[in-house]
Each structure stands twice: as structure tokens, then as C-alpha cells.
Design a protein around this ligand. Sequence first.
Ligand SMILES: C[C@@](CO)(OP(=O)(O)O)[C@H](O)COP(=O)(O)OP(=O)(O)OC[C@H]1O[C@@H](n2ccc(N)nc2=O)[C@H](O)[C@@H]1O
Ligand SMILES: Nc1ncnc2c1ncn2[C@@H]1O[C@H](COP(=O)(O)OP(=O)(O)O)[C@@H](O)[C@H]1O
Length: 304
Amino acid sequence: MSRAGAARSVTVRVPAKVNVQLAVGAARPDGFHDLANVFLAVSLYDEVTVTPADELTVTCAGPDADQVPLDRTNLVARAAETLAARSGLPAPAVHIHIAKNIPVAGGMAGGSADGAGALVACDALWGLDTPAAELLDMCAELGSDVPFSLVGGAALGTGRGEILTPVEAGAFHWVFAVADGGLSTPAVFREFDRLAQGREIPAPEASPALLAALASGDPEALAATLVNDLQPAALSLRPGLAETLAAGTDAGALAALVSGSGPTTAFLVRDAASAAKVAAALEASGLCRATRTATSPAPGATLL
Ligand SMILES: C[C@@](CO)(OP(=O)(O)O)[C@H](O)COP(=O)(O)OP(=O)(O)OC[C@H]1O[C@@H](n2ccc(N)nc2=O)[C@H](O)[C@@H]1O
Ligand SMILES: Nc1ncnc2c1ncn2[C@@H]1O[C@H](COP(=O)(O)OP(=O)(O)O)[C@@H](O)[C@H]1O
């Protein structure tokens, strides 16, 4: 996008995710947990635009914009700094704007998506053409979910979720209920540890039945296999979410689960018509702040 007299800018679109399987192992010595994390990118997007500027600045617009930090802790700023440092460039002088549509601190990896988007956008703006493997390495440094935000589609994440293997996925329809306020991911993992005290935690493994259901595109089969080991922890911190989950299944959703660390709740539905019905019922229930409908799989970070 270049225009005489205007600074060139680059925009990248990035997807939210839902975890269709989130198997969590015991806490590791480094404080992370080994996972078998089956990620699915959904068609709910943020857009990250980078424009040359005098210094690194971050702005954000959207319904949740007031909850997004605009300082150097924002993952887009960290991404730009990481890419510049690794490429031997001076400190980045760039304005990064986030058009935010993904719920903040909602368990849908919005910050991770923005971080991946900023990496791809700055890479294009600065004409670096960084190899994909190096970009993925930088993503993993930024956060466990960031590599998946870059690649999108459907993938199994092992290690702390950053080691990705693509998996096959048919098309599915989803409704998301956005809760009031967010949940801190570290706090939800800490609650998982607390609830797990005195129990033997098995090593996390991907479920063959879930992967087969995902590949088949059969929503009933997928509904029977969805599992999120963080859900009891999220419900323990936010007991009211149980009512939201029940309201979605009462309205015809095939399955309901907490999205990642929550508090967004995800509802797998048969088709677009069912999505509209479940979303309307959730909106009418007063149990959530907003709803979104989406399909999966969605592409990863995409230059517009
Ligand atoms: C739970 C998941 C599921 O996809 O996402 P969200 O639902 O929050 O979006 C992820 O594991 C979140 O990944 P991400 O948000 O990138 O986490 P990171 O920045 O890497 O880590 C933040 C903190 O979460 C905890 N953490 C994260 C990943 C992991 N495998 N084990 C952990 O214990 C640690 O306390 C860590 O300090
Ligand atoms: N670009 C960003 N968008 C949203 N939150 C961000 C961003 N960068 C950093 N954060 C911080 O990360 C926290 C987690 O946000 P987010 O990634 O939206 O949720 P989750 O980890 O539940 O998927 C936020 O509370 C915020 O403090």
C-alpha cells in the first residue's frame, strides 16, 4: 500500500483460536506446563497496521481497546523490537495500530495474534523476507500461543504449545460468548495446579478420537470429543460460566466448553442457522457481554 506523499503502511490480518483439546501436564521446573494443545483458528480477526514513524508507538481501536496496554509490554511492541534486534536493525521507529475485534484476556489468543501480525507486518515493511523458521522461532520467544497465530489452520501444539504439527480439519461452525472482564492465563494455570494437588497428572497426549473427528468435519463426532483440562480451573475462578455453558447447550449447541484459559465460552454448532439461534439465545440470556459467530479453520497471519 503506497501512496505519493503518504508514509507506506502494511496491514496484516490475524485470527483468534479455540482449543478443541487442551490436555495439561504437571508444572515443569520452568513454571510452564507441557501440553497437548489442539489449536483451531477461527474467523474472528484483529488487524495490525505498521507505518514508519519517529519512534515506536502503539494504538488500539475496538470495543475492548481500553483493556489493551499501549506500552512496551504490548506483544506488538515486543514483536517489533525482537525482529529488529534479531535482524541487526536499530530500535524500531514504527507506529503499530491494532484494530481489535478479538476479546481481550478471553482465552482466544488475541495478544498472541497481534504479536504474530506485527512480526509479519514489520518483516514486510522493512523488506527483510525473514525465513519462516526464524519467524516461528521469534514467535515462540514471544509466547507459547504465538507460533500458532502465525500459521493458523489447525495444529497440535506440544511442549508448552509452541512446537507445532499441522493436523487435518474439516469445516465447523462456532458461537463465542464474550464474558465481562478477562481471566489471567497464569492465574488459571495456578488454579489448575492447586486443584491437581495430591493427584497424579498423566503426561498430556493428543486424543486419536478427537483428531479423527476433527479431520472428518462431522460436528457431532467432534462435539463428543472436545476437552479442556483448564475448564475446571476457569470455572473455579468464575463459577458463573457454568450457567453460560448450559444456556448454549439448552439453545441447541452440540457442545460447550471454555475457550483455553477463558473466560470466553465456545459453542460448537451444526451449521450457520444453528449458530444464529444459539447466539440469539445467549444474547437474550443476559449471561454474556456479547456473542460472535465464526467458522473454522481460518488462515494464519495474512498480509492484506
Ligand atoms: C492457555 C493457552 C491455550 O492455548 O492460551 P489462552 O487460553 O490463555 O489464550 C496457552 O497455553 C497460553 O499461551 P500464552 O498466552 O502464549 O502463554 P505464555 O505467554 O507463553 O505464558 C504465560 C503464562 O501462562 C502459563 N503457561 C503458559 C503456557 C504453558 N504451556 N504453561 C503455562 O503454565 C505460565 O504461567 C506462563 O508464565
Ligand atoms: N496486543 C494485545 N492485545 C491484547 N492484550 C495484550 C496485547 N498485548 C499484551 N496484552 C496483555 O496480554 C493479556 C492477555 O491478553 P490476550 O492475549 O487477549 O488473552 P489470552 O491470553 O487469554 O488469550 C492482556 O490482559 C494484556 O494485558
